[in-house]
Write a protein of this length. Structure first.
Length: 315
C-alpha cells in the first residue's frame, strides 16, 4: 500500500513539475521578441522633470537609433509612478525598464530585472542627490531643517526621497518628527515647484533635475540654494527582464555600447537621467555596485518610510 502511495505521490509531483515548466516556457514564449508584431515593451520612470511627453522624448532618439541598427522594435511608455514601473516588469507587462537605483533593487530582488546598461557622462556613471532650500528660509545646514516645512518625492525615488532622508537621519534630523510639515510631492519637479512657490522651505531632489529646472527657468537661482550634496550615486540603470532571450540581450548590450556612434542620432539626443545629455551608454555594469546603494540606505527602512508618509498625511 505505502509503496503504491509513494509512487502515486512521485507521479503527481512529476506532473505538477512538468505543468510548471510548461507554464514557464509558455510565459517565455509569450514575451515580446522585438518583432514589429511584438515589440519590446519599455517602461520609463517619470523623473525627467514632470511630464510623460518629456520623458518619452528624451529616450525616443536612442531607441530609434538602436531599432534601425538592430532591427528590433520598441514600444515606449512612461509609468505613472516608480512603483508602477517595478510592477510592470514583475507582472510581465514590460521587457525593459529605466529605474532609479532603489526601484531597480526592488525589482531585482523579486527576480524580474537584471542590469542592461547605464549612462556615462565625463567618464563616469554617477549622479548626485541634494537637499535644497529657499534662501529666505534660514536653512544653511541640514541641522537647520528642524521645525521647517519639507517636500520629498516618490518614496521609491533614490534621489528625491531615500538619499535626502538618509542624509537628514545621519545629521540627527527625523523628517517625520522634527519638521513642521511634510509634503510627499511625488516627483523631483513637484518638489522643486513647491520650493519655488514657497509652499515649503526645504526639498530633496537630484542635482540633474535641479540644474534642468534652473536652465529651463522653472525655478529661480536667486530664490533657491544648495544645502547639501550627496556622495556619488550610480546612474539609474536600464534593466532587462530575465526571461528575455540571451541573443536579444546580447544584441541590446552591443547596441547600447555603440549607440553614440550610430548614424541617425546626434550627440545632443543621447539623454539620461533627468533628461540630461550624456556622452554614451555602457553595458559594463555591476550588480555589486548597485547593491552598495542598498547598503547606503539601510537606515531608510520600512518603518521610517511609513512614519514619514503618516506625517505627510496628517499635516
Amino acid at each position: 500500500m505505502y509503496p503504491k502511495l509513494h509512487s502515486l505521490l512521485k507521479y503527481a509531483v512529476s506532473v505538477i513539475t512538468a505543468i510548471a515548466m510548461l507554464g514557464s516556457a509558455a510565459a517565455m514564449a509569450a514575451a515580446n521578441d522585438g518583432s514589429s508584431e511584438r515589440p519590446l515593451r519599455v517602461v520609463l520612470i517619470p523623473t525627467d522633470g514632470g511630464t510623460e511627453d518629456g520623458t518619452r522624448k528624451d529616450f525616443e532618439p536612442i531607441f530609434a537609433a538602436i531599432s534601425e541598427a538592430t532591427g528590433l522594435n520598441f514600444e515606449l511608455k512612461v509609468g505613472q509612478s516608480y512603483g508602477a514601473v517595478v510592477e510592470a516588469m514583475c507582472n510581465g507587462s514590460a521587457e525593459i525598464a529605466w529605474f532609479g537605483p532603489v526601484s531597480y533593487l526592488q525589482a531585482h530582488e523579486r527576480g524580474c530585472a537584471n542590469l542592461l546598461a547605464m549612462a556615462v557622462r565625463k567618464g563616469e556613471s554617477v549622479y548626485y542627490s541634494g537637499i535644497f532650500a529657499r534662501k529666505d528660509s534660514g536653512v544653511d545646514s541640514i541641522a537647520d531643517i528642524r521645525g521647517k516645512r519639507i517636500a520629498l518625492g516618490d518614496i521609491h525615488s533614490t534621489s528625491s526621497f531615500n538619499i535626502p532622508v538618509a542624509m537628514m537621519l545621519r545629521a540627527g534630523i527625523d523628517p517625520a518628527r522634527d519638521t513642521a510639515k511634510v509634503i510627499i510631492a511625488g516627483s523631483h519637479a513637484n518638489v522643486l515647484s513647491a520650493l519655488s512657490q514657497g509652499l515649503v522651505d526645504v526639498g530633496g531632489a537630484s542635482f540633474d533635475s535641479y540644474e534642468k529646472a534652473l536652465n529651463a527657468g522653472v525655478i529661480d537661482g536667486n530664490d533657491i540654494k544648495v544645502v547639501a550634496k550627496s556622495a556619488p550615486l550610480p546612474y539609474p540603470p536600464l534593466a532587462i527582464h530575465p526571461e528575455v532571450g540571451a541573443s536579444i540581450k546580447t544584441r541590446l548590450q552591443d547596441a547600447f555600447n555603440t549607440v553614440h556612434t550610430m548614424s541617425g542620432i546626434k550627440p545632443e539626443q543621447i539623454r539620461g537621467y533627468g533628461g540630461k545629455q550624456v556622452d554614451r551608454y555602457t553595458s559594463d555594469v555591476s550588480e555589486e555596485t548597485m547593491a552598495e546603494v542598498g547598503d547606503m540606505l539601510n537606515a531608510v527602512n520600512r518603518d521610517v518610510k511609513q512614519s514619514i508618509l503618516a506625517a505627510g498625511n496628517k499635516r
